[in-house]
Design a binder for this molecule. Structure first.
Ligand code: FES
Ligand code: FES
Length: 151
C-alpha cells in the first residue's frame, strides 16, 4: 500500500506492506536511519519519534497508521543546521557513549522540555523512563537535560 506522510516538515510517500512498522519505513524506505532499532518490542525507546507531537515508539506504530500524519524524527530537531540544545548538551556532558540509545533519549528529552521547560530530576526520570541506556548510568543524561533546560 502507498502512504503519504509529513516527516520533518517534508511531504513524503512510501510503498509499504500492511504489517510494516513506521520504524522500518523511516529507516529502510525514507533514508532516515537516526531512529534506532534495538528491541523492536517497545522496550528500549531507541526508536522514539513524535507522531502528531506525541512521543511514540516507532517500532510499535504501523506505517499505515502514520498515513496522513506528521512525524518528527531525531533528524528533524536541528534548525538551520544548528543542533537542538538537547543534542549539544548530550555531547557536552558525556551523555553519549556508544550512542545507540541517544536518538531516542534526545527526542524524548526535547519533547519533555517543550512541555516542561525546567523539569525536576523526578520529572526527567519519569519522562525518560521508557528509554534504556546500557552505558552511561543515566546521571550524565540527567545532567544533559538540566543543561539544555538552563539554556
Ligand atoms: S526498538 Fe522500539 S522500543 Fe526498542
Ligand atoms: S550510550 Fe550506549 S546504550 Fe546508551
Amino acid at each position: 500500500m502507498r502512504i503519504e506522510l509529513t516527516v520533518n516538515g517534508e511531504h513524503l510517500e512510501a510503498d509499504v506492506w500492511a504489517g510494516e512498522s513506521l520504524l522500518t519505513t523511516l529507516r529502510d524506505r525514507l533514508q532516515l536511519p537516526g531512529s534506532k532499532n534495538a528491541c523492536e518490542q517497545g522496550e528500549c525507546g531507541s526508536c522514539s519519534v513524535l507522531l502528531d507531537a506525541a512521543l511514540v515508539c516507532s517500532c510499535l506504530v504501523l506505517a499505515a497508521q502514520a498515513d496522513g500524519h506528521d512525524v518528527v524524527t531525531v533528524e528533524g530537531l536541528a534548525e538551520d543546521e544548528r543542533l537542538h540544545p538537547v543534542q549539544t548538551a548530550f555531547a557536552e556532558t558525556g551523555a553519549v557513549q556508544c550512542g545507540f540509545c541517544t536518538p531516542g533519549f534526545v527526542v524524548a528529552a526535547a519533547d519533555l522540555l517543550r512541555r516542561v521547560p525546567d523539569p525536576s530530576d523526578d520529572e526527567i526520570r519519569e519522562a525518560l523512563s521508557g528509554n534504556l541506556c546500557r552505558c552511561t548510568g543515566y546521571q550524565k543524561i540527567l545532567d544533559a537535560v538540566h543543561l539544555a533546560a538552563a539554556r
